[in-house]
Design a protein around this ligand. Sequence first.
Ligand SMILES: NC(=O)c1ccc[n+]([C@@H]2O[C@H](COP(=O)([O-])OP(=O)(O)OC[C@H]3O[C@@H](n4cnc5c(N)ncnc54)[C@H](OP(=O)(O)O)[C@@H]3O)[C@@H](O)[C@H]2O)c1
Length: 329
Amino acid sequence: MKYQAIKLVRRPVGDITSDIFERVELETPALKDGEFLVRQTHMSLDPAMRTWLQDNEDSYIEPVRPGDIMRAYGIGDVVESRNPAYPEGARVVGVTGWAEYTLGGEDMQVVDRSVDIGALMSVLYVPGLTAYVGLIKVGRPVSGETMVVTGAAGSVGSLVGQMGKAEGLRVIGVAGSEEKCRWLEEELGFDKALNYKDPDLGEQLAAATPDGIDLYFENTGGPIQKLAFDRMNRLGRMVVCGNIAEYNNDVPTPGPSWVDINLKALRVEGFVITDHYDKAEESTLAMMGYLQKGQIKFRSHVLTGLDSAIEGVQLLFSGQNQGKLYVEL
Ligand SMILES: NC(=O)c1ccc[n+]([C@@H]2O[C@H](COP(=O)([O-])OP(=O)(O)OC[C@H]3O[C@@H](n4cnc5c(N)ncnc54)[C@H](OP(=O)(O)O)[C@@H]3O)[C@@H](O)[C@H]2O)c1
């Protein structure tokens, strides 16, 4: 059977542009024992895609190389199988690619068909695992603390902020538009939301954190990073989840001095979810709990058709996505 896929032709310089990809038509393979074929139905678009395109062999994951099908996380249906663990008709999530069909891998998880796709994509799968591991395992929040989360209106940030509220934190969100800030305060119950594009961001951050910051959840980098670093309390934690403001730059902005990390006994800790797949079940249960108690709301930004990924991935970098960005195939 013929199917459409999108390959990387060359690495981007700066922004991702449509000319770095090409559409190709491929033929589904004949299956060997142990293999199964997945028809992808929903494909996640993630800021990490920009880092996968870098020629960086030291990263947590192999780079996508020119000639490869672009990597993605996705949801799909098993349409043919020679593996009893993944029977025909099962719904799976896992690493797919920018393609209508993909050979399934043993790292794919079978998921219950009754789970709503929007909730699966926007809360239970990658964003939920990221928020859960980052906030609960790495950040270790304590009720009464003040947390600042950047990328707060995005898929990970909006979950982290709401989970923080559920765990008894005072939560300040940082986002890039008035609409997003209103959504955070009025719909999601953040204590305060700041627009990082405002010229007096430093003053606004100081006013919003009169008792300093105990927990900083970093999704973006950019100018807010130093401002937040300077307001960290002794024994504070800085959870480094992502740095989207840096992904298109060849040379990253220098980080803060280690002096305050030492004198304030700060813990600055990065993490990537590929090291935490063993916590997927625990995370799903926890996220379902927040959902069922009405402690988490989400919004999804859904594009249509495989080709929409080429231009669509840029929405993440211009801030035009409203909630979890994914493609329905
Ligand atoms: N560690 C992990 O394993 C892991 C897993 C998943 C995601 N992440 C990271 O988590 C972060 C959020 O990912 P997501 O999937 O939830 O994406 P998202 O927040 O839904 O979308 C990205 C958002 O980043 C903001 N942004 C873009 N350029 C920016 C800039 N220069 N400065 C400040 N903000 C900027 C935009 O919102 P505004 O309108 O507010 O600017 C945009 O909507 C990313 O850095 C990602 O790489 C890490």
